[in-house]
Design a protein around this ligand. Structure first.
Ligand SMILES: Cc1ncc(COP(=O)(O)O)c(C=O)c1O
Length: 362
């Protein structure tokens, strides 16, 4: 594909791949790549072949231990992207009613359309910091809802849903026999809190995640679904007729990454601890951007109170070599997403350029 096609399945993904790159890229949401040279990898550690029929045993063991679940509750996938596709394909049938947050990560909506789901939305309100509102979820559930979908942390706002609230979402869904799928790809950026997946909050939860965003390991695509064993079997069957087998060197790298996760986590934590105050000072100095200070995650999603976001994003990219994600890709055209998970100098300079661009459109 050479241009952004109007009929592209996920307009956001097409834009992200073709138009988001810039010298000062604030459009990313994952910690910048961890250098392979800093992992203790020897060529003998990598093999072309050797996966198991349903996952490479040493990797499956580590993923299960990390999530504190039995191995038969884990499907290994290529990133959270494939985890979402496989999990949704296993539980959503044409015509099923699915309730999903708004705004959300666009490919989730694309998969639901692809599967022929009947999509309903529950709103996360900008004026409430995109916090999950249980009453709104309850209002939008119907007796036909089969599945509720949300992201924790939320993309684009990085808002956190705590365990107590998440448990209640599970209970509301359980009352009508529905499941809850939580995309937890950003949850592991909560470095200071013990990581606990929502999988443990109720038997109707399905979780998707990966090592991609929080650790700078997007390239090895180590992802997973956590679900009850009967659903896991169905998901492995979907693997059978989609990509069949995983990439074994990537599985081996997944094992090495998991065995060295503390040092990978420390590098990500220190990057975000350095960058978060920089973006927070920037927000404090820009009253024309309506946004609470960042507490979690890798992104903020301010509202531009005066001016046009499309114009701002275009000017930023064309004149200032800087990219942000226009809110139109999250159905919020007056907002834009700033990712502060790049190299500190890139974030600093990108924000300085955003400052200049903002001044010139006001
Ligand atoms: C909510 C959400 N889920 C999944 C993904 C894709 O994750 P991965 O790189 O692990 O495939 C993204 C990427 O931006 C995301 O924001």
């Amino acid at each position: 594909m050479t241009r952004l096609q109007a009929d592209a399945a996920s307009r956001y993904m097409a834009w992200a791949k073709l138009y988001s790159d810039a010298r000062f890229n604030l459009a990313i949401s994952g910690v910048i790549d961890y250098p392979l040279a800093e992992l203790p990898v020897k060529i003998e550690d990598l093999e072309i072949g050797g996966t198991g029929p349903y996952g490479y045993e040493p990797l499956m063991e580590r993923l299960a231990a990390k999530a504190r679940v039995p191995k038969d509750c884990v499907v290994y996938t290529l990133g959270t992207s494939m985890a979402n596709y496989i999990a949704l394909s296993a539980v959503v049938h044409p015509g099923d009613e699915v309730l999903i947050e708004q705004p959300t990560y666009d490919p989730l909506l694309t998969i639901l359309n692809h599967l022929g789901a009947k999509v309903r939305r529950f709103e996360r309100r900008a004026e409430h910091g995109f916090r999950l509102d249980l009453e709104e979820v309850e209002r939008q559930l119907t007796s036909d809802t089969r599945l509720v979908i949300l992201c924790n942390l939320h993309n684009p706002s990085s808002s956190l849903t705590d365990d107590a609230t998440m448990k209640q979402v599970g209970e509301l869904a359980a009352k009508i026999g529905a499941r809850v799928l939580v995309d937890e790809v950003y949850l592991e950026t909560l470095f200071d809190q013990p990581w606990q997946s929502a999988f443990h909050l109720g038997s109707n939860f399905i979780i998707t995640s990966s090592l991609t965003k929080a650790y700078g390991l997007s390239g090895i695509r180590c992802g997973w679904v956590l679900a009850r064993p009967d659903l896991v079997q169905r998901m492995w069957q979907i693997v059978d007729f989609t990509y069949g087998s995983p990439v074994h060197p990537a599985e081996r790298l997944g094992v090495i990454a998991l065995d060295n996760l503390d040092r990978i986590r420390n590098r990500a934590r220190s990057l975000l601890e350095t960058n978060r105050p920089i973006v927070n000072s920037f927000l404090a100095e820009h009253p024309e951007l309506d946004c609470a200070p960042s507490r979690f995650g890798t992104t903020v999603f301010p509202r531009l109170t005066t001016g046009d976001v499309t114009e701002l994003a275009k000017l930023l990219r064309d004149k200032y070599e800087t990219s942000v994600v226009p809110g139109e890709f999250f159905e919020q055209p007056q907002h834009f997403r700033i990712g502060f998970c790049g190299a500190t100098e890139t974030v600093r300079e990108g924000l300085a350029r955003l400052d200049t661009a903002l001044k010139s459109i006001q």
